[in-house]
Ligand binder design. Structure first.
Ligand code: AMP
Length: 588
């Protein structure tokens, strides 16, 4: 099959009537005000994500419906209804009140995809406490950096993660007042300086009065990376639910009887917006798998859990492709009716692979931490151009723009011309700021446009095509990694004089993190030192962020003002033209 040929949709492809049938008509009639009206009004006014996602259902007809099926790698999992989830979140809200944790304080969660993550996240929101979920594969350094930037006062984690990543670093997080531990064996914990979450939950009440929150109150803090400086904390508000609801409807096509599986971890924005909020808003049942990728097990989950809507990532699709079609043939997916993916470019071959092996093409969609929700998507009813991210959803205006030196932008109307992807401000889940970094936030806008930092093209049919990033951030296995954070960790090693980090293209994970280091006087490159540096970085940064490759260079290419020219490191690594090197330091 020619990977570039269009996948035409016919009525026979649709197993249910899609929520977005007539794209043009829906875009024309759409208004965010109408969406807000469709979301239930809360008994005491205001908007709270926990009420919209859980309490509303628990108080109505979905009380006994399963919200989450937590799989436990072969062992009997835990099934949790909307009613139970609501009561457990109430308990946690009461736990926080008992600890005098209030509205606006920031609570961090460092845990795998265990029930307590979901319960404490929703309970915190009920208390008006802002939640920041952290990826459990982060090492101690990225964790401490984020907790400190967010002045976190509470950390919820497990005893194993505490032991490995927090215990020795706790005094580097001086704002933390409470560390609440979940026992990995399901029992109780008694670690000095921490509190046992199970014990606190056991003595808390099932009922609580929700702390009043408005649509503009902060709810979630998701960290993302830029080229330079520390990670940026993107602040999201309770009113974002309007976007999660609309995109769950249009881009994921959620229907009441769906069994839904989002493979993303809530430590990244997709796992929160679409692993927790959107499916609960739509009252569907979600499957949660806490284990890491395994082709056999994943096919088994799709089959045995009767998954009907699956939201995953290009790296995972490519890993399934690599595992071979023979494995897939052992399984059947009669209930699967819609598959979508996000986070990195989805190659046309992967779209077609879905059609051949799963019986359905993969629908790529695009968004980022700052947008809070899906902005551009391929949806069930319209044709797919494999390789394209799709078209802007109803309520979203996207354009390709050109930045001018004076800070203004010009919209490029000519089809297929490359420029920066921009979105017209005004959708409800747009981030409301970078924590403590007003200037960086302001620089993300030009007039009515939010500038995404992605380079893209729009074709004559209105489909958007990803071209690349306009900065040096790295996308590895769908995770955004800031080169500066990796360079800083490497430079803490006594042998390292300078470090420059790039994303090296990889056929499966998109890019792998590669570091170039120059050594201080008295140190010589050697295999032993290379391995030591890899180990040092992995211990500090964790497996998700640490470089996979390290190479020694006598000196790194620096600009005359002393900045590392990562672009040049990358061009040299890939054997590409070096481009403009006029700012390069002599001899570099
Ligand atoms: P994050 O903020 O970690 O979710 O990363 C967002 C970035 O991931 C975007 O700005 C893009 O660079 C990239 N990205 C997300 N979705 C896609 C997609 N469908 N195709 C290409 N790149 C994507």
């Amino acid at each position: 099959m020619d990977p570039s040929s269009i996948i035409r949709k016919t009525a026979a492809d649709l197993r249910v009537i899609p929520n977005l049938g007539d794209y043009e008509a829906e875009r024309q009639h759409f208004s965010w005000e109408a969406v807000s009206r469709e979301l239930s009004s809360q008994p005491h006014g205001g908007v709270n994500i926990a009420w919209q996602t859980v309490d509303r259902h628990a108080a109505g007809g979905l009380r006994d419906k399963t919200a989450f099926r937590f799989l436990a790698g072969g062992a009997p999992g835990r099934v949790m209804s909307y009613g139970e989830l609501s009561a457990l979140a109430n308990r946690f809200c009461n736990v926080l009140r008992g600890l005098s944790v209030g509205k606006g304080e920031r609570l961090f969660i460092l845990a795998g995809r265990i029930p307590e993550l979901y319960i404490t996240l929703l309970g915190s929101l009920k208390n008006g406490t802002v939640v920041s979920p952290l990826f459990s594969a982060f090492g101690p350094e990225p964790i401490a950096t984020r907790v400190n930037l967010g002045t976190g006062t509470v950390l919820v984690t497990t005893d194993a993660l505490f032991d490995r990543k927090i215990a020795k670093w706790r005094d580097r997080m001086p704002t933390l007042r409470h560390v609440l531990l979940v026992a990995d064996d399901g029992g109780t914990t008694a670690v000095p300086g921490t509190l046992d979450l199970a014990a606190l939950m056991a003595s808390a009440l099932d009922e609580c009065e929700m702390t009043p929150t408005t649509a503009e109150d902060a709810a979630l803090l998701h960290f993302t990376s830029g080229t330079t400086g520390t990670p940026k904390g993107a602040v999201h508000v309770h009113g974002a639910v309007a976007t999660h609801w609309a995109t769950g409807k249009y881009a994921l096509d959620l229907h009441a009887d769906d069994i839904y599986w989002c493979t993303a971890d809530p430590g990244w924005v997709t796992g929160t917006s679409y692993g927790i909020i959107a499916p609960l808003l739509h009252g569907v049942t979600s499957v949660v798998d806490r284990e890491e990728f395994d082709a056999e097990r994943w096919y088994g989950i799709l089959q045995d859990e009767s998954v009907s809507v699956w939201y995953t990532a290009p790296t995972a699709v490519r890993m399934l492709m690599k595992a071979g079609a023979d494995i897939a043939k052992k399984y059947a997916f009669p209930r699967l009716r819609f598959v979508a993916s996000v986070g990195e470019p989805l190659n046309p071959e992967a779209v077609w692979w879905g059609k051949e092996v799963l019986g359905l093409p993969i629908h790529d969609n695009w968004w980022q931490t700052e947008t809070g929700g899906i902005m551009i998507a391929n949806t069930p009813a319209f044709d797919i151009k494999p390789g394209s991210m799709g078209r802007p959803l109803p309520g979203i205006d996207a354009a390709i723009v050109e930045r001018h030196k004076d800070g203004s932008v010009k919209v490029i109307d000519t089809p297929d011309k490359e420029g920066e992807l921009a979105l017209k401000c005004g959708w409800p889940s747009m981030f409301r700021g970078y924590l403590n970094n007003e200037e960086r936030y302001r620089k993300s806008f030009a007039g009515e446009w939010y500038l995404t930092g992605d380079l893209a093209k729009r074709d004559a049919d209105g489909y958007f095509w990803f071209v690349g990033r306009s900065d040096d951030v790295i996308k590895s296995a769908g995770h955004l990694i800031g080169p500066f954070e990796v360079e800083s960790a490497l430079m803490e090693h006594p042998a390292v004089a300078d470090a420059g980090v790039i994303g090296k293209p990889d056929p499966v994970v998109g890019e792998v993190v590669k570091a170039f280091v120059s050594l201080k006087k008295g140190f010589e490159p050697s295999e032993a030192l290379r391995l030591e540096l890899l180990g040092h970085a992995r211990k500090r940064l964790g497996a998700a962020v640490a470089p996979k490759e390290i190479a020694f260079l006598p000196r790194l290419p620096l600009t005359r003002s002393g900045k590392i020219m990562r672009r040049l490191l990358k061009a040299r690594e890939l054997g590409l033209p070096e481009g403009d090197t006029s700012t390069l330091e002599a001899d570099a």
